[in-house]
Design a protein around this ligand. Sequence first.
Ligand code: NAG
Ligand code: NAG
Ligand code: NAG
Ligand code: NAG
Ligand code: ZN
Length: 417
Amino acid sequence: MLNSIFFMLFIGWASANVSERLQLLQVYPQTDEERFYLEQLKEEHDVWYSSEDRYDVLLTSSNINWLLSSLQKRGIASAIVNDDLDRDIKEEFERLSKNELFFDYDDFNNLTSIYKEMDKIAAKCIAGFVCSVDSIGSSVEKQPIKRLKISKNVANRKAVWLDATTHAREWLTTATSFKIIKHLQDNYKVDSTVTSLLDKYDWHVIPVVNPDGYLYTWEKISNRMWRKNRSINSKPTCPGVDLNRNADSAWGTSGASSDPCSETYRGSSAASEPETQALQKQMKTLGSNIIEIISLHAYGQYWLIPYGYIDNATNACYAAPDAAETLRVANAAANAIEKVYNTKWKRGPSCSTIYPASGRMTDYAKEKAGVPYAAVPEVRGKNFVVPPSEIEPSFREIWAGIVASIAAIEKKPNASH
Ligand SMILES: *[C@@H]1O[C@H](CO)[C@@H](O)[C@H](O)[C@H]1NC(C)=O
Ligand SMILES: *[C@@H]1O[C@H](CO)[C@@H](O)[C@H](O)[C@H]1NC(C)=O
Ligand SMILES: *[C@@H]1O[C@H](CO)[C@@H](O)[C@H](O)[C@H]1NC(C)=O
Ligand SMILES: *[C@@H]1O[C@H](CO)[C@@H](O)[C@H](O)[C@H]1NC(C)=O
Ligand SMILES: [Zn+2]
């Protein structure tokens, strides 16, 4: 079915049937039974967001009726919140193909432009710092996965790790990461928080973890909603691996599909993908020198922390011995974000706060690489295609969360770890 959604997406543009279009359906479950039914949809549909009281499901105009009548039969409320996603994608595509010659911090940028801007930033490094751009590895299609480092070149200095766009279509996360870099670059010795965060920590930023997927979403309108990498699978009609289900942490257990056609396909084995291997290697190398990993995703307004998977001994969400401490930090982050625009941000371990998932990169970071704090902020928005005016607010929120989480980490009660 998912297969057919993508297939229809392709023929939707190729064929004459212009009335066929992508729509976004919100479903509002009230009972566990209804939630259970909606969970089953994840196997066959592209569910963009799910929480206790809301599921966002991508559908085509020709198959939406089937689901609507099925929901109606069960008495589950729903609403079409976007009746023509193609229109939004087309608008975005047209805006961005106007081919400006410069990198635009207030809009989305292609991979070439992003990599050029990273070099430019490094060339204009903050006085007293050492900046570099390196490639931490190559993607399946041999694109470099580039990292910008702003450091003092002192051995074993503590570092903050920020990454974005593990899932190809989550463009707002990359744009948010660039605003953060720019904020750091422009405000040393101007803003005391920035000054202190640069004086104390190196910054490692990977704005595009999944360059193949990102390139693919930019290629043409019909690719915009791609999530996975571009891996060729056992089913050639269903390429791609969900890089956030592929890491070597409880791989292949809960909440990750073994079906290559699923949006949450985990890959053929733990860390089968070169992107995963590259990140894991860096995480392991830096280890506990990283005070916090912040891995940006979209969307939903969550500050998620490890762990994501079900403990097979207890059949409940796995809770680390320091779960109370990491939750304290997540609370500090989410509370700070809420104050920026008076919004609501849920926070907590990924497994119990959204849904179980295994093979998550941040779980690997904490469990296998010894990084003490890890967060997956799910940024604002109700679609992967958002107006560029969302970039600045997203930056303000995420920056507030990062500042507050690091402040909380620094004030760790000197109890056990
Ligand atoms: C085109 O799509 C519409 C709306 O989904 C559908 O009802 C119709 O049967 C399709 N027509 C063709 C020729 O496929
Ligand atoms: C990428 O964006 C830049 C503008 O920032 C533009 O000049 C260039 O043509 C674009 N490259 C591709 C491959 O689309
Ligand atoms: C993507 O899939 C290919 C084919 O499985 C795989 O080899 C590669 O490691 C994965 N990465 C991506 C981005 O697909
Ligand atoms: C689940 O249990 C099996 C054996 O009981 C063990 O080998 C495996 O590592 C466990 N998986 C996790 C994620 O704990
Ligand atoms: Zn994501």
